[in-house]
Design a protein. Structure first.
Length: 154
């Protein structure tokens, strides 16, 4: 009986069969289960996802002229919307592009980023710490980013 209970607990920790892997462009919304002081109540745009890891930018932490991109305080990135790919920018999804630096064009500047190993992020999603949402430029460029989590929370 004890073995069955242990096996059931282990199975609940494993990612669900058929669960989709995260991908660049998706939006992660922290659930109420997340108590990490850096990530609780955050809304994150995944800008990169591969077997080597995941990188995201916090969409709901405006801090003056820039946004707190995450607790890893390295680098500056700018997100812009454009019909055509701007020179020097990388397409994240749809009409959302990222410059790996600060640019003078209209956009949102992020200082820092969030990061996980691919397995770590998959495990956190499986444990219910994140709700994964489809790419949505309206969320990325929301006019009231400070209240975004309250409006999107699972």
């Amino acid at each position: 009986m004890l073995e069955c209970a242990a096996m059931l607990m282990l199975m609940q920790e494993l990612p669900r069969a058929g669960a989709k892997e995260p991908s660049a462009g998706q939006i992660l919304v922290a659930t109420s289960k997340s108590h990490d002081p850096d990530l609780a109540r955050s809304v994150i745009l995944l800008i990169q996802y591969s077997s080597e890891g995941a990188i995201g930018l916090m969409l709901n932490r405006p801090n003056g002229k820039a946004f707190e991109g995450g607790p890893v305080e390295l680098g500056v990135r700018t997100l812009v919307r454009a019909r055509l790919k701007p020179e020097g920018a990388e397409r994240i999804f749809g009409d959302v592009y990222m410059y790996p630096r600060m640019v003078e064009k209209a956009g949102r500047v992020y200082v820092g980023y969030t990061g996980w190993s691919a397995q770590q992020l998959q495990d956190e999603i499986a444990r219910g710490l994140w709700k994964v949402r489809a790419p949505d430029a309206r969320v990325v460029f929301d006019a009231q980013p400070a209240t975004l989590w309250d409006r999107l929370k699972p």
